[in-house]
Structure formats: structure tokens, C-alpha cells
Ligand binder design. Sequence first.
Ligand code: GMT
Length: 373
Amino acid sequence: MRIGIVCYPTFGGSGVVATELGIELSKRGHHVHFLTYKKPVRLDTSLENIHFHQVHVPDYPLFHYQPYELALSSALVDMVRLHKIDLLHVHYAIPHAYAAYMAKQMLAEYQIEIPIVTTLHGSDITLVGSHPFYKPAVTFSINHSDVVTSVSSSLRSDTLDIFNIKKDIQVVSNFIDIDKYETLRTICSRDQLAKPNERLVTHVSNFRPVKRVQDVLSVFAKLNNEVQSRLIMVGDGPERSSAEEYTKELGLTDIVDFVGKSNNVYRILCSSDLFLLPSQKESFGLAALEAMAARTPVIATNGGGIPEVVEHQKSGYLSAIGDVDTMAAHAIELLTNETQLQQFKEDAFARAKMFDIQKVIPLYIDIYKKALQ
Ligand code: GMT
């Protein structure tokens, strides 16, 4: 098949999922054409069967907002015609499903019928798409996709609750390349990250308000009162400077490292004893799954799709949003009992294996085949 993938090229989970999906499809002989405004961070364009096309939005001073959807839908038309694309898979409804719908209409003028598969990722539904300014367009684009998938059951029910959806939504969960994690394990080294007597705790996110990064620091402060630890904060975003300020207020600057965005998260995760994800909302929590694939148990909140990934009291612990005392108590319990910690690490890995890419890709291939019929 010749598959066009539209996604965000940034470090966010939806872009990562789209990229990993495209790479795996290319390994299986499909031609995958990525169309985004920048090369996706995890995409190696030298790989066989992988193609990257960039959306350019010319700047024109009349426009207060440059029309990205227009440029994207035009680029989709060109890409589909030139490369004889069979199917478009768009990740994140806004504005990708909308632009794909427009492209589909334009392509019909050339007697080209192109199926659109839309994957909903979370914030496109629960945080952004539900805003009254976007809601009619998002509802329309979902209803006019040929196939709609969501990354968790929780996101599926949120979508059905928030929008007037007339389409079936299939749950295809996010995934992880377990083999890659197992290979990387052989080069895992903790020495430069923490001292031998420190427990290593990690948080990875885009530092948006929904991630509640202050809770990460509050939990860590309470943990560190009992267990000598170090926290690595990976990522960047709007809450980073306030988090750094809060770190100073807590007097933790020597043991909290803000390392910014990283292409090498695995190096940190594989050495970590614990991963913190106290988000207000997660449709899935890909960051938690990546931690678990690196054998790191997770302390997270119990809302959204997280319970579909992390099993409470097995691969981690789940608590109510903002309940930093309970999260800290769980962290202390786990990090003061080596036998239990090792068991949680094994259980986290066993759970992650259930989301192996090899199990999930056939589901997408099946969806593509049905859409093409
Ligand atoms: O807000 C983010 O974390 C980024 C966002 C994205 O689009 O990349 O993440 C969403 O999609 C991820 C991949 O499917 C999910 O793992 C995240 O849980 C989801 N974020 C939210 O629902 C807030």
C-alpha cells in the first residue's frame, strides 16, 4: 500500500505514535509518505520506503493567522496525485481530519477517491476540540472520516460524550516497540545520571498545565524526605519555568535536573526506579508505557486512559488527581522495598509487552484494507 500519514512532528505522543507506525509499515514493504510542517523528531528519512514531504505556509502580511489547513489540504492533493497514495491516515483531529476532508473533496474532482482514517489522540478531543470555537468543525471532520480510531476506550467514550458522533469509533491502543527497548537495554548505563546511593525518579512531558508538573515536584519532595533520590525532568513547555522556580522554593535544585527535550529518553528511563505522571488528563499516557517498556514502574493519576495502561498495585500505583500525599506514600513504599520494586519492574515490563507494536500494526493494516474496499 501507499499510505500518507499526517501528524504533528513534535515530541508529543501523537507524533511519536504516527512516526513509529509509519516506520513499522515501511519495514513491512508499504510506502509511507509523511506530510507535516517539519520532519518528525523520531523519523529517519534515510529508511527504505519512507518519504517526507513538508507543508509550507507562505507568509502574507494581510493574514493575522497564516492558513495552515489550506496549505495542508493543497499539499495533500499534490502528494496523493503525484505519489499515487492509496489512503490517508491522519493523527490528531485538529486540523488534520478537517484538511484531509477538504483534500478528499478536491481529489474527487480528479476522479480520485481516497479513504481517510482519523486517529483521535486525546487533547484534540478533551482539551482543544471540545472548545465551542472548534467543536462543529471537529464533529464534522470525525463524522466524515471513513474510519475513526481512538487510542483508548476512555477516549472513545469521551468522544461520544462530547460530540454528536454518527460513526463507529474503533479502539486501537497505542503501542511500543518492545524489541527496540530490549536491544537498548544492553547499553543502559546509570553512572552519569545519579549517584549510587540515590533512587532515580523521572518525569517526561510537554510541561503543559494538564501534566501538573508542580505535583511531580511535590511528590518528589516528600519522597526525598524519606529516601535519598534524584529527579530528572525531561521535556519543555509552558510550565517549565514555574516548575524551576518551585524547585528553588523547595530547596531541591541540587537533586532535580531539568534536561529539556531529549531524543534519548530511553537512556534515562532504563536507569530509573520510578516514573511520575500525575496528569489532570491522559487519553492513554504513552510516556507511562515507554517507562514501563524500560522496566520502570509508574505512579500516576487514575483518570482517563491511564488505568488501561498501568495496573494499580502491579505495574505502578494510581491515585486521585492532586493527591500528592498518597502518590508520595506509594513512592516511598516502593522505593524502600527492593524485592517489591524488582517485582513491579518485571510486572511493568510484562504489561508493556501487551502493547507491543507487532500486536497493534496488524490491526491498522486490517483497518486500511477494509477502508480501501
Ligand atoms: O498532551 C500531550 O501529552 C500530547 C498529546 C499528543 O497529541 O501528542 O498526547 C495525547 O496523545 C498521546 C498519544 O496518543 C497520549 O498518550 C496522551 O495521553 C494524549 N494526551 C492527553 O490526552 C492529554
